[in-house]
Design a protein around this ligand. Sequence first.
Ligand SMILES: O=C1O[C@H](COP(=O)(O)O)[C@@H](O)[C@H](O)[C@H]1O
Length: 257
Amino acid sequence: MSVTTPVRLVVVHPDKEVLAQAVAARLLTRVLDVQSVRSPVHVVLTGGTVGIASLAAVAASPLVPAVDWSGVHLWWGDERFLPDDDPDRNETQARDALLDGLIAEHGLPEANVHPMPGPTSVASPEEGAAAYAALLAAAGPGEGDGSAVPAFDVLLLGMGPDGHVASLFPGHEGLAARGTTTGVHGSPKPPPERVSLTFDAIRSAREVWIVAAGAEKAEQVAAALAGKPVTEVPAGGAVGQTRTLWLLDAEAAGGPK
Ligand SMILES: O=C1O[C@H](COP(=O)(O)O)[C@@H](O)[C@H](O)[C@H]1O
C-alpha cells in the first residue's frame, strides 16, 4: 500500500539548526493565520530531536506574544509509555522546551494541554489509547461513534531512521490499527511500550508536517517520497487533507554531510 496526496511540498534547509528555526517560524505563522479566521486552533506535537528543537525555537521567537494561546489546543501524535515527569516522555520534553513557559507567561491554559496517559494513570498502553481516544472524541465534531478527532490544523511528526512516524513502526501491527489511537508493544526503539495515533487520525489532519534531519534519515526520506510501501516506510503514509510538508535539512534530503 502506498499513499499519495495532491499537495506535497518538500523544503530543504541547510542544517538542523536552521530547520528547527524554520519549523518554529512556520508553525507560529500557521497558528496566527488560522486564528485570523477561526478558533480554537488544534496542533499535534511530536517528540524526537528536531521536534523538540523546534519547540525550543518557538519559545525563543518574538512571535510568541502575537498568538492568543488561550485559543490553542495541544495534542500529541505519540507518547512513550512512561510515568508522568519521566525525562524520556515526549510530554516532559515539550513542557521543558516550550509549554511551561507558555503556561507561566503567555496565557496557555493547562486545560488546553492534552498529554497521552502513561502508567501513572492507566494500567496498559491499550487503556491509555482508549482514554486518549475518548478525549479526542470529546473535543471532536461529536459524531458519537468514538472515531472523531478535532480538526487538527497542523500535525507535526518526526521520523526515525527506520522510517517510523509517531509510534507506527515498519512491519508492526499498529500500521493497520483502526480507530484513532493504538497501544504499542515491542517498539524497536526504547521504550517498548507506547501509545500512538493511528494513520486514520493522522490523515484526518488538515496539514501534516514531517520534520527530519541527519544523514541517517536520508534513505527512508527518499523511499517515502518515492512511494515505497507504507508497511516498510510508515512515513510515506502520513499525509494531510490539504497539504503534506516534508521539512528537511540538507543531509536528510540526501545532500553532502
Ligand atoms: O521515539 C520517537 O522517535 C521519533 C523520531 O525521533 P528522532 O529523534 O529520530 O527525530 C519521534 O518522532 C517520536 O515522536 C518519538 O516518540
